[in-house]
Design a binder for this molecule. Sequence first.
Ligand code: ADP
Length: 191
Amino acid sequence: MINLVLFGKPGAGKGTQAAFLKSQYQLFHISTGDLFRHHIQGATELGKLAKSFMDKGDLVPDQVTIDMLEETVTKNPDVKGFIFDGFPRTTAQAEALDAFLSGRSMGITATVALEADDDVLVDRLINRGKTSGRVDDQDETKIRNRFEEYNNKTAPLKSFYIDQGKFHSVNGIGSVEEITNRLTALIDGLL
Ligand code: ADP
């Protein structure tokens, strides 16, 4: 099994690259952001809760996020592996993921960070906001708040995975294809 964590700030290109990696390595792609947006569209209780956090650019509370992630993994027992996109985003989530996977005789193969400067990312997100309809992409204050959440809660995961010998990073600036090539070169070297 190959289980990849795609790591990076909002706008780093995790979703774009996951779409490619999923077919290249035949993996099941789980984006917690997409799962939440699906719940919002369906107006579920979880969707209403998630929206109250997402619209401000805050993280959704850990336990609901962890439960949703675990349910999605459990529902897909026969896949070759997973791409976790946007999860884990806190130390509590990373610890829960390790415990959950090891309970199923699985584990994280590698964590790959897409690195880019904040100013480039703000421009990308504002541009995406023009077409995505995402409230959290349309306002620079909300975007900056997502970076703040990332710096405070998600950035510490870098040392969490470095300590496990599983952290790798790739330059996230360039064309989509250039970045895909960097990612596949890295992942092929790990397999
Ligand atoms: P981006 O990486 O551009 O922020 P996502 O779709 O991954 O986009 O996330 C959008 C929002 O969904 C986040 O700002 C947060 O509110 C919520 N979210 C997604 N994943 C998580 C997570 N693992 N933990 C908590 N909140 C999350």
